[in-house]
Design a protein around this ligand. Structure first.
Ligand SMILES: Cc1cc2nc3c(=O)[nH]c(=O)nc-3n(C[C@H](O)[C@H](O)[C@H](O)COP(=O)(O)O)c2cc1C
Length: 274
């Protein structure tokens, strides 16, 4: 399967370079074959504790001078960030928590907040992907769409999209969901669906942008219990109550990606979109 080369930052959030770092080494070795990987260790940075003064809520800047901005520079560089952390007293090490507290200037719960440079205003002709996990009480949802703006307006009908590349991207998403409904039965395993859909994506001239080539997951209350549409997963689709299908695709080497996510379940008649 062809994947798009990404910039991956692996941050060792342990103060011990040769401790949890073993996992960092494994992750790095695994990813380096296909991606640009940079490693950093939290212990190389001077991170002062957040003083809780809330000045950053109005200035988007911290009053303290230390190395937090140096870490954020690495975050800016990366397309993907992987944080590796051991457990210290059933939680993350204090250094990592101190860093998270110091990320408050970049938190969008207040205005103004500092932005990393990829943040920009939506243009009159633009492509935007949203990926939501709405929750009502105990019930979780999952929903993603790629939205096309042309001439300052959202184009709701795919057939009316003027940019041919974007149009073909969204048409391919429709085709993938149609193929899912045609192919999947209660007996299909998550692995079988993984291979079938990844082949289908390539046959149609696209690449799967997901880091691991995954395509969706079961809907559960706790994220850790999710079953993914991934390699070596022999669980049958019919064994879970609901699952999402969310292929994230692009034309090879294009800067534009597309996503459509729906939740599916089986009833007597077969697979149904929720
Ligand atoms: C201060 C401290 C607290 C720890 N607390 C826990 C814990 O609550 N649960 C656990 O499973 N392991 C705990 N451990 C063990 C570490 O998670 C484990 O040894 C890990 O591999 C250490 O990684 P490091 O060498 O990068 O620090 C603790 C270790 C330290 C030093």
């Amino acid at each position: 399967m062809k994947t798009v080369k990404m910039k991956v930052l692996v941050m060792n959030c342990s103060p011990v370079r040769n401790g949890a770092a073993e996992i960092v080494n494994i992750v790095t070795a695994c990813l380096e074959k296909k991606h640009d990987v940079k490693n950093i260790c939290i212990d190389d940075y001077d991170i002062k504790f957040c003083k809780g003064c809330r000045k950053c809520h109005t200035t988007a800047k911290c009053v303290q001078k230390d190395d937090v901005n140096r870490i954020i520079e690495q975050y800016e560089w990366a397309d993907v960030i992987i944080s590796v952390s051991p457990l210290y007293w059933a939680d993350i090490p204090g250094q990592f928590k101190a860093f998270i507290d110091r990320c408050t200037p970049w938190c969008n719960t207040h205005e103004p907040h500092a932005k990393i440079s990829s943040g920009r205003v939506i243009g009159n002709n633009d492509i935007i992907t949203i990926d939501l996990s709405p929750q009502a009480g105990n019930i979780w949802g999952d929903y993603a769409r790629t939205i096309i703006m042309e001439n300052g307006k959202v184009v709701e009908d795919i057939g009316l999209i003027e940019n041919l590349e974007w149009k073909r991207g969204l048409q391919m998403e429709e085709k993938l969901h149609t193929e899912l409904l045609r192919f999947a039965t209660k007996e299909t395993t998550f692995e079988k669906l993984y291979y079938h859909m990844n082949e289908f994506i390539v046959e149609n001239g696209f690449v799967n942008l997901d880091f691991m080539g995954n395509l969706g997951h079961s809907i559960v209350k706790t994220k850790g219990d999710r079953i993914y549409i991934e390699k070596e997963n022999k669980t049958k689709l019919g064994d879970v109550k609901y699952f999402t299908f969310e292929p994230h695709i692009a034309f090879p080497d294009s800067k534009y990606g597309y996503k459509k996510e729906n939740i599916y379940y089986f009833d007597e008649a077969g697979l149904i979109e929720l």
